[in-house]
Design a protein around this ligand. Structure first.
Ligand SMILES: C[S@@+](CC[C@H](N)C(=O)[O-])C[C@H]1O[C@@H](n2cnc3c(N)ncnc32)[C@H](O)[C@@H]1O
Length: 188
């Protein structure tokens, strides 16, 4: 059921179905660590989450959140740009998530960018194991957001339908450019 839920809740519900104890997962945009924490709970004691962010503030916020939750052992925090994820991840991952845009309540002006997002998304798609799922939440109201949305949309639309199933979800009658959610499953 998706009615009455925020996009984040919708993709968390999906992740719950696809990520299990012992799995490896990727949070490509750690931010304040909400998604990282959620994934850490799903992978359990024997799993691992790789979380990326280019901002020190985001890595520190995520680390503090996980420490407070007693989940730090389950995460590898990488303060680097997400298109370098293949330097750290070799095994097939059960899931990935991208929550694009800027860190809430942060004045640094750092936002995700079309070219690096596209490069990272291609790497995450390649890392996904068969049966695994990915999600990309696109906010596009800010400067550069529309360009990023376009490149993400084109990339996902062009994926071979026999290999990946892709859904695009948006709240069609909400004002102020509500975010668009892509859900991806690797079929083979
Ligand atoms: C919308 S926030 C993510 C929110 C996060 N998922 C959460 O649960 O709090 C987007 C994040 O992407 C990060 N970011 C921007 N460019 C990046 C890049 N090239 N690689 C990794 N992270 C990046 C920003 O620093 C920001 O923290």
């Amino acid at each position: 059921m998706i009615f009455g839920k925020r996009m984040v809740e919708i993709y968390h519900d999906m992740l719950e179905e696809y990520v299990h104890a012992g799995d490896t997962a990727i949070d490509a945009t750690a931010g304040n660590g909400y998604d990282t924490e959620f994934l850490c709970r799903l992978v359990g004691d024997t799993g691992c989450v790789h979380a990326f962010d280019i901002q020190v503030q985001a890595i520190e916020n995520t680390q503090a959140r996980l420490e407070a939750a007693g989940l730090l052992e389950r995460v590898r925090l990488h303060q680097t740009s997400h298109e370098l994820m293949d330097m750290y991840i070799s095994e097939g991952v059960a899931a990935f998530c991208f929550n694009l845009g800027y860190l809430p309540e942060c004045s640094s002006g750092v936002i995700t960018r079309a070219s690096t997002t596209a490069a990272a998304l291609e790497k995450a798609l390649n890392a996904l194991k068969i049966g695994g799922m990915g999600c990309v939440l696109c906010y596009y109201g800010h400067a550069g957001g529309a360009e990023e949305l376009e490149i993400v949309d084109e990339l996902l639309k062009s994926l071979p339908a026999k290999k990946y199933e892709v859904f695009r979800l948006e709240n069609h009658n909400r004002a102020h450019q509500p975010p668009i959610l892509y859900l991806i499953k690797r079929l083979r």
